[in-house]
Design a protein around this ligand. Structure first.
Ligand SMILES: [Zn+2]
Length: 257
C-alpha cells in the first residue's frame, strides 16, 4: 500500500463569534467538485461550496448553512489561500488624467496602464460598519431584533438587494427576524410567530420604517482589504479598497481606479 500524505491543519477566527476553528485545505478531488459546479446554476454551486467547506472544517458541530454569509466568505478566502495560493493578483487600470489635449494609445484621456496588484488572502479581514445595527426601533416602543442572513438565505438576499423589490425584501426580512419586542418588556420570539401574522406586521409598516430595516441588510460586514497602488508609468498613487469575495477571485477582470 502507498504511504498516505498527511494533510496540514490551520486555524482561523470565525468573524461572527470570535471562536477559533480548525480547517484543512481542500484536496484535488474537492477542487474538481468546485470546478464542475462553476458551469452549473447557483443551486449547484452553493451545494458544492457547502459540501467542500463542510468537509474541510475540522471543528465539528458547525452547521455551515446556519453561518452568516460573511463568515462563509471569510472561510472561503482562507480555505482557498491554503489550498491553492496565498497571493492573488488583481489587475487595476490607472485612471490618472493626462495633461489637457494628450491621449493614450487607445485614444483615452487617462493613463490606462494596467498594474497587477498582489493581495495576500491571509491579510484579508472582515470590515464591520457601525451603522449595521440589528436592533431596529420602530415607534411606540415597538422594535425588531434582526440576525445576520445566513448561507441558507444567500439567494433570497441577493435577489432582494438586486431587484429592490418589496416582496423579495419582505421574505428575507422575515427569515432574519430574531424577535419583536415592546418597551413593556414583552417579547415575541420568531419561532413562535405565525408567518402570516408576521407578514401582516411588516406590511403595515411605513416606508421610513422599512428603509430603516433595509439599512441593516445594506451594511452587512464584508471581506475587505486596503492596499496601495502606484503606477510605474505616470507615478500616480492611490489607496485602493477591495471588497467582497468576487473582487478577490475575479483576477481576469480589470478594475478601474
Ligand atoms: Zn498611470
Amino acid at each position: 500500500m502507498l504511504p498516505k500524505v498527511k494533510t496540514p491543519q490551520y486555524s482561523l477566527i470565525l468573524p461572527s463569534s470570535g471562536k477559533q476553528i480548525l480547517f484543512r485545505p481542500f484536496t484535488v478531488k474537492e477542487e474538481q467538485i468546485l470546478l464542475m459546479a462553476l458551469d452549473d446554476n447557483d443551486d449547484v454551486q452553493i451545494r458544492a461550496l457547502r459540501q467542500v467547506i463542510n468537509n474541510c472544517l475540522l471543528s465539528g458541530n458547525l452547521d455551515v448553512m446556519k453561518l452568516p454569509i460573511f463568515d462563509i466568505d471569510y472561510i472561503w478566502l482562507k480555505l482557498r489561500s491554503k489550498s491553492i495560493e496565498e497571493v492573488v493578483t488583481i489587475p487595476f487600470e490607472c485612471r490618472n488624467r493626462l495633461p489637457e489635449g494628450e491621449k493614450n494609445k487607445d485614444g483615452n484621456d487617462y493613463c490606462g496602464t494596467i498594474v497587477n496588484v498582489p493581495v495576500n488572502l491571509d491579510k484579508v479581514e472582515i470590515k464591520k460598519f457601525p451603522e449595521n445595527n440589528p436592533k431596529i426601533e420602530l415607534q411606540d416602543g415597538i422594535g425588531i431584533l434582526l440576525r445576520y442572513p445566513t448561507f441558507e438565505n444567500f439567494e433570497k438576499l441577493n435577489k432582494a438587494l438586486e431587484t429592490n423589490g418589496v416582496e423579495e425584501s419582505l421574505e428575507i426580512i422575515m427569515d432574519c427576524v430574531q424577535m419583536i419586542y415592546e418597551s413593556s418588556g414583552k417579547t415575541y420570539e420568531a419561532e413562535y410567530i405565525n408567518r402570516d401574522e408576521l407578514k401582516e406586521f411588516f406590511e403595515s409598516l411605513s416606508q421610513i420604517h422599512f428603509s430603516k430595516i433595509m439599512k441593516f441588510f445594506e451594511t452587512l460586514p464584508v471581506v475587505r482589504h486596503e492596499t496601495h497602488f502606484k503606477c510605474p508609468k505616470c507615478k500616480h498613487e492611490v489607496d485602493i479598497i477591495i471588497e467582497g469575495t468576487k473582487s478577490f477571485l475575479a483576477s481576469d477582470s480589470v478594475k478601474n481606479l
